[in-house]
Design a protein around this ligand. Structure first.
Ligand code: ADP
Ligand code: MG
Length: 399
């Protein structure tokens, strides 16, 4: 992946640099509920500041569907960015056009300008050439992409613009994502444990197949486990199952056996009649799932098995919660594994976690700072791990 140029390869001083970031933060009435995506882009912005670039920052926010909708304005982000950078940040109310061009040309070395939401124009998602060219007018031939979370989208600010600049480079966050996700896709130090859970097998088939080739053990949990359990002929009650994926689940189990990867499934579980806070729960073996009940978390014996495997790991990749961790009392399995992964990391293992809900679970467990790398891109990381090429990375200039 490092055949692509990076921000370190660019001459920045005195030049306008177009920086695509992912500032798609959760907003409520103009208040930023979580600024981690803004923080994630700071190293690249600070580097560009230190090297005297004139920085023009662009992002999408939400889904305004190609129309101006002030609910999705990036203006509230200006202040937060200013506080975090401890330097002034100017704002352009339109991401293309005369005012934006003028403001970009008024920047001093190390000056920062934030543009309004790219998705206020339909040309962004349509990867329109004319729109791409207009974006490129805001820089002096240099483009940096640090929006890993948008790298799987062939949009104008991710792909189109690169045809109208001299150099298109990866930012530091992008590099870090590629480095760590590249590591877990390659042949990292063993034992290499992959923990997979979440809602659906169908979301993650390619990831399962790809990682089965290299991991030592794959630990399965979440709703996805029930498709595998049913494929093995076990009773699953009312648990979430993808009946059209039972054959596929069988094939995956067979291919794991051929590849010498041990695929582990839950042996026990937390079951309930409803997915609701405070509802009556039972712990039972996966051989004894009652007809009207559904499995909503892995059980204590499974937690113990999985934690033992994680304790000996040298490399860990985790995607997908082990249960409905948003609702008490179904969060214990997920939180326990988050602690186990953090402990293994403290003892020297490298850990990588990807997926929006898995990252939220890490925060809930309070162990985020003990993880080696937390991916900022949910969809993008799954596509990459599934073996696909991401258009936003392909579009960057080669060395
Ligand atoms: P990520 O965002 O980390 O990739 P997913 O989106 O694939 O994870 O899955 C997360 C969702 O799966 C959560 O909303 C969680 O409640 C749900 N989930 C996990 N286990 C179960 C289960 N046993 N039954 C129903 N839903 C589940
Ligand atoms: Mg999710």
């Amino acid at each position: 992946m490092f055949y692509k140029i990076t921000i370190d390869d660019l001459t920045l001083r005195g030049r306008r640099m177009f920086l695509r970031v992912d500032f798609n933060v959760p907003l409520e009435g103009g208040r930023i509920m979580d600024d981690s995506r803004i923080r994630a882009a700071l190293p690249t912005i600070r580097l560009a500041v230190t090297r005297g670039a004139r920085i023009v920052i662009a992002s999408h926010l939400g889904r305004p569907n190609g129309k101006v909708d002030m609910k999705f304005s990036l203006r509230p982000i200006t202040r937060r960015l200013q506080e975090l950078l401890e330097r002034p940040v100017d704002f352009a109310v339109d991401c293309i056009g005369t005012e934006a061009i003028q403001k970009s040309k008024q920047l001093n070395d190390a000056g920062v300008l934030l543009l309004e939401n790219l998705r206020f124009y339909p040309g962004e998602e349509a990867n329109e050439s004319g729109f791409s060219q207009k974006l490129a007018q805001l820089c002096d031939g240099i483009y940096v992409n640090d929006a890993f979370g948008a790298a799987h989208r062939a949009h104008a600010s991710v792909v189109g613009i690169t045809k109208f600049v001299r150099q298109a480079a990866a930012g530091t966050l992008m590099q870090k994502e590629l480095q760590y996700l590249g590591m877990v896709m390659g042949a990292p130090p063993k034992p290499y444990i992959v923990v997979l859970g979440g809602a659906k097998v169908s979301d993650k088939i390619e990831v399962i197949q790809n990682l089965l080739r290299t991991c030592s053990h794959m630990l399965i949990g979440g709703a996805m486990a029930y498709t595998f359990l049913k494929a093995q002929g076990l009773p699953v009650g009312k648990s979430l199952v993808e009946d059209d994926k039972l054959d596929l689940a069988k094939r995956i189990l067979d291919s794991a056996a051929e590849k010498n990867c041990r695929l582990l499934l839950p042996v026990d579980q937390v079951v309930a009649k409803e997915m609701r806070k405070g509802t009556e729960v039972k712990i039972c073996s996966v051989r004894e799932t009652p007809d009207d009940w559904m499995g909503l978390d892995i059980g204590p014996a499974t937690v113990e098995n999985y934690s033992k495997e994680l304790a000996g790991a040298r490399t860990i990749f985790w995607n997908g919660p082990m249960g409905v961790f948003e609702i008490t009392p179904f969060e214990r399995g997920t939180l326990s594994l988050a602690y186990a992964i953090a402990e293994a990391t403290k003892r020297g293992a490298a850990s990588v976690v990807g997926g929006g809900d898995s990252v939220a679970a890490l925060h809930k467990a309070g162990v985020s700072e003990h993880i080696t790398h937390i991916s900022t891109g949910g969809g993008a990381s799954l596509e990459l791990l599934g073996g696909r090429t991401l258009p936003g990375i392909e579009a960057l200039s080669n060395h």
